[in-house]
Design a protein. Structure first.
Length: 159
């Protein structure tokens, strides 16, 4: 008696083979540099997120973070109707889809960011990688001797 044909399963990514594509969150919504801050806030609410990527012709040019919007309200009473380009973060790491997770970690650490944007071969936005999600996906094994340069860092990079 045969169990029937089985569907091939995708290979499971291990820390040694894991790439940005394996750990990224696909982008559900984006806005343009000309979108209003109100539109970005509606994205935060609709998508239950705190980050909205800003793209121009599909390529990332910035991100709007809910905290930055909240902090800008006091200084700009007309903030709701202003373009997101006025408050978006323009300095953020980008990594290719096929970047190994070690490269992703290095890019995020070098930029002091808890977020990396993943782009395809044409530079178009493919997804986001959040530090917290990446940390959950990677096994943390401390093999270094305490007090040496190869010790696992105790702090998470901050934006």
């Amino acid at each position: 008696m045969s169990a029937g044909p089985t569907e091939p399963t995708a290979p499971v990514a291990t820390p040694e083979t894991m790439t940005a594509a394996d750990v990224m969150t696909p982008v559900a919504r984006t806005c343009s540099p000309f979108s209003t801050v109100t539109e970005a806030v509606l994205f935060f609410k609709d998508q239950d997120t705190d980050v909205v990527p800003v793209v121009d012709a599909g390529k990332p040019v910035g991100v709007v973070v809910d905290r930055d919007v909240a902090l800008a309200v006091a200084d700009a009473p007309d903030l709701a109707e202003r373009p997101v380009s006025d408050i978006m973060v323009k300095d953020f790491p980008t990594v290719p889809l096929d970047a190994h997770v070690d490269q992703v970690l290095q890019a995020m650490s070098a930029a002091g960011s808890r977020l990396a944007l993943v782009v395809d071969a044409e530079g178009l936005l493919a997804g986001l990688i959040f530090w917290a999600e990446l940390a959950r996906r990677l096994p943390l094994v401390e093999t270094a001797t305490p007090g040496t340069d190869d010790e696992v860092p105790a702090e998470v990079p901050q934006p």
